[in-house]
Write a protein that binds this ligand. Structure first.
Ligand SMILES: Cc1cc2nc3c(=O)[nH]c(=O)nc-3n(C[C@H](O)[C@H](O)[C@H](O)COP(=O)(O)OP(=O)(O)OC[C@H]3O[C@@H](n4cnc5c(N)ncnc54)[C@H](O)[C@@H]3O)c2cc1C
Ligand code: SF4
Ligand code: SF4
Ligand code: SF4
Length: 395
């Protein structure tokens, strides 16, 4: 039976929980806010299934060279609300047109990120956009299997470890109508941190949080912006990279799951049909692309290629060369970020100090930093910062 002795060796994918025939595994939250399996040994029959499906226990496969493309959705509204080029929404559309089911990560009413599904196009809008927090898989692998066994199309998106968890749970059985899409993934922050951060902003605004976007395009694609929407919409919060606590902690490598700093899934070879990630400078790939966001797409399977070809009318696209793509945008495909040496101390403080005190202790809150946090978004909004970057790149 599954026993966790080293937390870096459990990515929290829920495959063991979904497969257990005795339902005796619970995913329990630890002191950092991440979930790990705990077995009720009285009910366990020692069948060993939970260990067999664990994706971390599977051997890493050799790298293969995928086909590489850059895409930008032609639908302006989808492009605006997607993280990069809106590729995932194009696939969702494809599956819904075939009366299939779309799985992805979305917030529930309590602002907990979990995997769920939709059978309508309107329902798929909830999946758009990257959420920088670990999503709870819950019973979504079992639900996906039921739809597949009924002969329905299913598209499942998630982090590479979640897609590996899905394949573990399916015992690598091949389903012709299953499409899997994984992301290039830097890591997933603690759900407890996000809950504290949102509660803090809710108390300042005096209004309930109804939506949170980690990578809004409020100031444009190339300036990551956190947007919090409150029930009182006039109080909306938009802060760029330098001004938002959650983004700053994420990029400080201090708040992700331990397995993210020793990630087993950072290989060019993927189990998924398709891998998607940011394309930061699409106009340099082709003048056809605007600066409004584009997705790098790696196709790993023949099925992925067939679907990509059928979708081509939905977006502007161009083939690309994987070597420069990896160098420019894809460092995280194969490399882990190192854990911040203060990570352990950080989580202790997260449990004992108010979140604004945690911010002051771990982030530079000097006047100069605050001035940049106010000025930079304004320069982005006016287009000045982008001109400066263009000039700098030319020089
Ligand atoms: C935690 C995280 C880290 C990432 N790190 C990188 C990186 O280092 N480099 C890089 O180039 N790209 C990274 N990405 C991917 C990138 O942010 C975009 O998702 C990608 O460019 C696809 O954009 P899109 O516009 O095509 O689709 P989007 O509209 O962004 O939708 C993509 C899909 O992501 C799923 N999703 C969103 N949040 C989560 C989550 N927390 N867990 C599981 N699934 C989720 C949604 O269900 C949706 O189906 C990361 C994404 C996430 C969620
Ligand atoms: S060994 Fe079998 S019964 Fe026991 S926890 Fe694992 S899957 Fe469940
Ligand atoms: S199957 Fe997933 S959740 Fe279970 S032990 Fe393995 S990595 Fe952890
Ligand atoms: S970095 Fe690796 S372990 Fe962490 S969420 Fe991403 S794929 Fe999973």
């Amino acid at each position: 039976m599954v026993t966790i002795t080293d937390k870096s060796q459990c990515c929290g994918c829920w495959a063991c929980e979904n497969i257990c025939p005795k339902h005796c595994i619970r995913m329990e939250e630890d002191s950092e806010g991440f979930r790990y399996p705990v077995v009720d040994t009285d009910k366990c029959i020692d069948c060993g299934l939970c260990e067999k499906v664990c994706p971390i226990k599977q051997p890493r496969q050799d790298d293969t060279a995928p086909e590489s493309f850059v895409v930008q959705n032609k639908n302006v509204q989808i492009l605006r609300t997607s993280t990069s080029g809106g590729f995932y929404s194009a696939i969702a559309n494809y599956v819904i047109e075939r009366k299939g089911v779309v799985f992805g990560a979305s917030f529930n009413g309590d602002m907990t990120l979990r995997h769920t599904y939709s059978e309508t196009l309107e329902g798929c809008a909830q999946f758009r956009g990257s959420k920088y927090v670990q999503s709870l898989i819950g019973n979504s692998y079992s639900q996906a299997k039921r739809f597949l066994d009924d002969g329905r199309w299913v598209v499942f998106s998630g982090t590479p470890c979640q897609i590996a968890g899905l394949f573990g749970f399916l015992r690598n059985r091949k389903y012709e109508k299953l499409i899997t899409v994984d992301l290039v993934c830097r890591g997933t922050p603690s759900p407890r941190l996000l809950a504290k951060y949102l509660a803090y902003h809710s108390s300042i605004a005096g209004s309930k949080v109804i939506d949170y976007r980690s990578r809004d395009k409020y100031y444009g694609y190339d300036y990551s912006t956190a947007t919090i929407t409150f029930a009182d919409k006039h109080k909306s919060y938009h802060k760029g990279m330098e001004g938002d606590m959650m983004l700053r902690l994420y990029f400080k490598n201090i708040c992700s799951r331990p397995s993210c700093y020793a990630c087993h899934f950072k290989t060019l070879h993927r189990l998924s049909d398709i891998t998607i990630f940011d394309c930061w400078d699409a106009p340099s790939v082709s003048k056809m692309f605007s600066t409004k966001g584009a997705t790098n797409v790696f196709i790993h399977t023949a099925k992925g290629k067939v679907i990509f070809d059928r979708l081509k009318d939905d977006f502007i696209w161009s083939a690309s060369d994987i070597t420069p793509v990896i160098k420019r945008d894809g460092i995280m495909i194969k490399h882990c970020v190192p854990a911040n040496p203060r990570r352990e101390e950080f989580f202790k403080d997260l449990n004992s100090l108010p979140i604004d005190k945690v911010e002051q202790k771990y982030l530079d809150c000097s006047l100069a930093k605050k001035a940049i946090a106010v000025l930079k978004p304004m320069l982005y909004k006016l287009g000045v910062f982008r001109l400066y970057i263009k000039f700098k790149n030319r020089v």
